[in-house]
Design a protein around this ligand. Structure first.
Ligand code: FPP
Length: 248
């Protein structure tokens, strides 16, 4: 691995895992086989992120829009989540990983929602990698829910509309309390953000990667970290301004 990868490590990495279907089609396999291979890639990525010292890893596993896929694919994906939880939670816990779900839990099967809540509870106090899985999640949904929650507090008289600012809204988002992603990775060759963490990725560096998700491994993750380490994050300032600060 390049040395500059370590010189500037993203604290929070978010990933749009795309390309399972194409991976399967290229092998004349059903789409589900691609999702199964995708679970292995999730495992590898969690291990690599933890080893590299990333603090938060957010994976987009199922979007609000994915409910529109054929029911058989949706059911099988939900089955995979249940299976992955059953198989992996012990090891995640042993490795000090804290698991959290973001998304519309009320849209999930109650049995799955209960298993997720139990896994969250069990790993809550862990201090290693914070693994966040986005299921039934959409960036616009997240912002609407946050706005609704602020609206409720205004209606109750608990909040003055003049006190609504970016911080107040961010405090109601699914990722409240988690630093914004520094690096967003999208696999599968498409160059779009697909309604993922719209608010939180305002200043994320974006790494588009042609590898299909099941082929995404340690090498590709390190490439993304190397890309991030070479970026200059300006947050609206000029490069000269930032260099002046560094020199001070
Ligand atoms: C996108 O590929 C992938 C998904 C919609 C599902 C992602 C799910 C997993 C990787 C498996 C389980 C995850 C966890 C956290 C256990 P696609 O189907 O859109 O692929 P395509 O663009 O090639 O059709």
């Amino acid at each position: 691995m390049q040395t500059d990868t370590y010189s500037k490590l993203p604290e929070h990495v978010a990933v749009i895992m795309d390309g399972n279907g194409r991976w399967a089609a290229a092998r004349s396999l059903p789409r589900h086989a691609g999702h199964r291979a995708g679970v292995k890639s999730v495992r590898r990525t969690v291990e690599t992120a933890a080893r590299r010292g990333v603090r938060h890893l957010t994976l987009f596993a199922f979007s609000s829009e994915n409910f529109q896929r054929p029911p058989d694919e949706v059911n099988k994906l939900m089955g995979l989540f249940v299976e992955a939880l059953r198989r992996e939670v012990d090891e995640l816990h042993r490795n000090n990983v804290r698991l959290q779900l973001i998304g519309a839990r009320e849209r999930l099967d109650p049995g799955l929602a209960r298993k997720i809540a139990a896994a969250e509870e069990r790993t809550r106090a862990n201090t290693g990698l914070h693994l966040i899985i986005a299921v039934a999640y959409g960036g616009r949904w997240d912002i609407v829910e946050a706005a609704r929650s602020l609206g409720r507090r205004v209606a109750e008289g608990a909040l003055d509309p003049r006190d609504i600012d970016e911080r107040a809204l961010a405090s109601q988002l699914q990722l409240a309390g988690v630093p914004d992603p520094d690096l967003l990775i999208r696999t599968g060759g498409e160059r779009r953000v697909s309604n993922f963490l719209l608010w939180n990725i305002a200043y994320a560096e974006i790494f588009f990667c042609d590898a299909l998700w099941p082929d995404f491994g340690e090498r590709e993750f390190d490439e993304a970290l190397g890309f991030y380490a070479r970026r200059q994050r300006r947050y609206g300032h000029t490069g000269e301004q930032l260099e002046a600060v560094v020199k001070c």
